[in-house]
Design a protein around this ligand. Structure first.
Ligand code: ZN
Length: 233
């Protein structure tokens, strides 16, 4: 029965959400995507969305929705994700790329859209295992949001996080399991992770500056996955 559900994927154009989109397309007969502009300085990620959607085109892949939260999030103040501030750790032990409330707002918007469009599964690529320690990526946060959204909208949404307990090497492995080398190549070529928006330097694992935290995570995951497969990184 779950396989007949319709799904909405939070799709940014990054590695994680691209893998989640392929995951949802393998499960559900009707999958829509939603993306958010919020003044992110690596907005180049958003331009990667359409080529990825085209590469994954199939009967199940339906409408795309873009929501502009630039004024909303920008109006609440700057972070290293939305302004030209050097990436660093704060005294609270959080990276200054953390945008407070962002994922909570995204989920609220996604659920409001899902409510209107009759979509029950909401899929997002957050991960507790191998990430920067953002509190709004944690499993308990997502479970609490599911409860709040279901109570507040009187629905039975299911928030799904296929990457929650996977590290970046396992995320590459999941792409390989879902779509073989073809999907790995789509993720590698078209998805974007770099915080600095670099898409001119080319590496085995894709394009990016190679040194920002997002590039390091992506590259390390790629190298570990290749080593696990007994291949040269
Ligand atoms: Zn980078």
């Amino acid at each position: 029965m779950p396989r007949t559900d319709r799904a909405l994927v939070l799709f940014s154009g990054g590695q994680d959400s691209t893998t989640c989109l392929a995951w949802a397309l393998a499960r559900y007969p009707h999958v829509e995507t939603i993306g958010f502009a919020y003044g992110q300085r690596h907005a180049i990620e958003l331009t990667c969305r359409e080529p990825i959607r085209q590469a994954l085109a199939c009967d199940a892949l339906r409408d795309d929705h873009m929501v502009d939260l630039t004024a909303t999030i920008g109006g609440l103040g700057q972070t290293a994700m939305t302004a030209d501030i050097e990436i660093a750790m704060t005294s609270e032990g959080l990276p200054n790329t953390f945008v407070p409330g962002r994922n909570l707002l995204f989920l609220t918007c996604a659920a409001a859209l899902a409510w209107r469009r009759g979509l029950r599964r909401i899929v997002l690529g957050v991960c507790e295992t191998d990430y920067s320690g953002y509190p709004d990526c944690r499993d308990d946060t997502i479970k609490a949001m599911q409860l709040a959204l279901n109570l507040g909208m009187q629905r039975r949404f299911v928030l799904e996080t296929p990457l929650m307990w996977r590290d970046k090497a396992a995320t590459w492995a999941l792409a390989a399991a879902l779509g073989g080398q073809t999907l790995v190549d789509i993720v590698r070529e078209h998805s974007h992770s770099c915080y600095l928006g670099n898409r001119t330097l080319r590496h085995d694992w894709g394009q990016g500056c190679g040194t920002c935290p997002a590039c390091e995570l992506r590259a390390n995951g790629w190298n570990r996955w290749r080593e696990q497969n007994g291949e040269n990184a």
